[in-house]
Design a protein around this ligand. Structure first.
Ligand code: C5P
Length: 227
């Protein structure tokens, strides 16, 4: 596996993808790609500009003019719109739900896919999302599919939100995740599913350190095989 290798991590929300992807990127000196942040950025900006994402002409006009700046490396993935970093804004429950709705629109998926492939050109990346190993980077050297039970995923998401001062209860979070899972798994374009050949890891009772070590062991194995 060379300097331009691609590692993908797919799975539902709260399965531990972001934490694992960032840690792996850091360990390997690769760039981290957060595809969900791009869907969230499209959701946030179309909500703000009141663009009807079902109207393909309106969406084309929107994309002709939507040029977020992406700052990314092994430590993080930041989206800047109109020169301002949007981070917390993208993580609200409202934008989470909207991102899952816009993600079902083929035109939006094409824009995000092109953006990610462009960012990955000529560099090693760890890319996380729902269709990284199936659609965006089918050629990836190593593919992971992370899962965890719904209650654990909801508790992780709630803790993240609370640390960001967005108060939310556990039941509400479970409902929000279950709705998003259903939308993501049942849409016709690029539904969330495990890529063929992916290594499955159930992170329910694992610490982030354990998940990272398990992934690194698989990658080292792949490295040894390919020289
Ligand atoms: O990963 P994150 O929770 O930030 O993603 C937000 C939403 O974006 C997901 O619920 C999903 O609908 C969509 N998404 C997607 N494909 C990806 C990444 C995210 O459809 N590769």
């Amino acid at each position: 596996m060379g300097r331009q290798s691609i590692i993908t991590i797919d799975g539902p929300a709260g399965a531990g993808k972001s934490t694992a992807a960032k840690r792996l990127a850091r360990a390997m000196g690769f760039h981290y790609l957060d595809s969900g942040a791009l869907y969230r950025a499209v959701a946030w900006e179309t909500l703000r500009r009141r663009v009807d994402v079902q109207d393909s002409a309106a969406l084309s006009a929107f994309f002709a003019d939507f040029k977020p700046h992406i700052a990314f490396d092994e430590a993080g993935f930041r989206v800047l719109i109109d020169g301002r970093e949007v981070a917390q804004e993208l993580r609200t429950p409202e934008v989470s739900q909207a991102s899952s709705r816009v993600a079902a629109v083929p035109q939006v998926r094409r824009w995000v896919t092109a953006c990610l492939r462009n960012l990955a050109r000529n560099r090693g990346v760890v890319a996380e999302g729902r269709d990284m190993g199936t659609v965006v980077f089918p050629e990836a050297e190593v593919k992971f599919f992370l899962t965890a039970d719904l209650a654990t995923r909801a508790a992780r998401r709630r803790d993240e939100w609370q640390s960001g001062q967005i108060g939310i209860d556990l039941e509400g979070t479970m409902r929000e995740l279950a709705t998003r899972d259903r939308q993501d798994e049942t849409r016709t374009v690029s539904p969330l599913k495990a890529p063929v050949g992916a290594i499955h890891i159930d992170t329910t009772s694992m610490t982030p350190e354990e998940v990272t070590s398990a992934c690194l062991a698989v990658i080292r194995d792949a490295l040894a095989r390919t020289g």
